[in-house]
Ligand binder design. Structure first.
Ligand SMILES: Cc1ncc(COP(=O)(O)O)c(C=O)c1O
Length: 449
């Protein structure tokens, strides 16, 4: 399942970070290829059994390389400046962020929200669907994507994920289509774009709205078009673990003016008088149509500053993942999610890999434990499977009870995924030590079986 050739294109070879990183690591990587480290690893005792750990990088620097978010003096400066501003001026960051988000993502309309969950509320409201409408979403997602539907009388249809990618499986969507389904909600798991060309074609064929969940995928693109720009509407989260961390915050993006206006007036009471004279929502001055969901000015300011470094950060992280995965995904049983040549992925939270115990010849637990002892930041993948939660089995919470079925791709991913820590600061030496650690553990796999 290794997909080295396809993923080679993930990071633009001409980006400045990529260039400097390759310069810094090129000689090292070449040296690595010549030394036959696997054989050397077999001579060394596993750290689990009292040997020296393969990762000798100082612990405090290791933590600093992995740390997220990475705020810099410029972030501190922008936050402190706000504290000294006139209260009215603080809010200027909101429309500025929305404008910059539109420009960066190539979308006509954006609305900043206090978090991604709030953007989901506004997006569902803006669909205008009647209660009883069913929306296809992955079960492999964050709870609020599904639970928020309740407030509009919508009901989830859980769609499986493709075990090669951990992303939305459009073939499963085709199997589960029914007359109540009016929308489809792909989620770009861990920053890997869903196959948006196939999903949008499927949606078009069946008259479905595409509600994209880009909460993991700030800056990712496919065929040159950003995630969040493919769907009729999309949401992003700026929560502090996300590729664009505003500590808390979110964004909705909209292709059509009518959706933008509905979403705005749902979540921001100040918006009705700002709309054009012919807007059907202008008359709701004084009440708007829903709760107050706008972003905090500090979150907006941080998000604006983080947007200026997003592409550079994404490129650096991806370059270090490439350097690591190109080596370790040659080991039997270890593979990375398939990324098409026309997709440019980003990395959210961790470098998720798939481990096939049969091919590797030892268990995931033994592998994770052995690598942890070597000093690698790694854990078994374990992401929510919504369809297994009790709320979806009780009719009282829903317009009508969701149909809950087995989702083998989803269950499989959680059985095979491992999360390797992301290196967010340039650290070629640490990349090399991680490669060493993996090769050392694999050299001992018979012993670990
Ligand atoms: C896939 C997905 N969608 C939506 C959200 C909601 O975002 P927020 O936490 O900003 O409300 C999250 C948050 O983790 C998420 O992971």
């Amino acid at each position: 399942m290794s997909n080295k050739d396809e993923t080679m294109t993930n990071t633009p070879s001409n980006s400045p970070s990529r260039r400097s990183f390759m310069k810094a690591t090129g000689a090292l990587a070449a040296g690595v290829a010549l030394t036959g480290r696997s054989a050397a690893g077999a001579q060394e005792t596993l750290a689990r059994k009292g040997g020296s750990p393969a990762v000798t990088f100082p612990a405090d620097r290791h933590t600093a390389v992995m740390k997220w978010p990475q705020y810099e003096p410029e972030d501190r400066e922008i936050v402190l400046k706000i504290l000294d501003m006139d209260i009215g001026r603080m809010y200027d960051h909101l429309p500025q962020l929305e404008k910059e988000w539109c420009e960066h993502n190539g979308v006509p309309f954006s609305k900043a929200h206090c978090n991604g969950t709030a953007a989901l509320h506004s997006m569902y409201f803006a669909t205008g669907f009647p209660p009883g409408t069913e929306i296809m979403v992955p079960s492999y997602t964050f709870y609020s994507v599904v639970v928020v539907m309740r407030f509009f009388g919508y009901v989830p249809v859980f769609i499986d994920i493709d075990p090669r990618t951990a992303c939305f499986d459009v073939e499963d969507a085709a199997r589960k289509l029914n007359k109540n389904v009016k929308a489809i909600g792909p989620m770009h798991s861990w920053g890997l774009p869903c196959e948006m060309d196939r999903i949008c074609a499927f949606a078009k064929e069946h008259g479905l709205m595409v509600l994209e969940d880009a909460a993991h995928a700030h800056g990712a693109s496919m065929q040159g078009k950003k995630m969040g720009a493919w769907g009729d509407m999309a949401i992003f989260s700026f929560q502090g673990t996300k590729p664009l961390p505003g500590i808390e915050g979110g964004m909705g993006t909209y292709q059509k003016r009518e959706h933008f206006e509905a979403a705005s007036v749902f979540g921001e009471y100040r918006d009705p008088p700002t709309l054009p004279a012919d807007s059907p929502y202008r008359k709701y001055v004084g009440t708007a149509l829903g709760p107050k969901l706008r972003i905090h000015p500090l979150g907006a300011a941080l998000a604006r500053r983080q947007l200026t470094v997003l592409d550079q950060r994404n490129a650096l992280i991806a370059a270090q993942v490439r350097q690591l995965n190109d080596r370790i995904c040659r080991l039997p049983g270890l593979a990375e999610p398939v990324c098409r040549k026309d997709q440019q992925r980003v990395y959210y939270s961790s470098n998720v890999l798939f481990f096939d115990e049969g091919k590797a010849g030892f268990s995931r637990k033994a592998m994770v434990d052995a690598l942890k002892a070597e000093g690698v930041k790694i854990s078994s993948g374990d992401y929510p499977e919504q369809h297994k939660n009790v709320i979806y089995t009780e009719a009282q919470w829903w317009h009508h009870k969701p149909v809950v079925q087995e989702l083998p791709g989803t269950t499989k991913i959680n059985a095979v995924a491992v999360n390797v820590g992301l290196m967010r600061v340039e650290a070629p030496e640490l990349v090399d030590q991680y490669i060493n650690a993996f090769e050392k553990v694999w050299a001992h796999r018979k012993e670990l079986a």
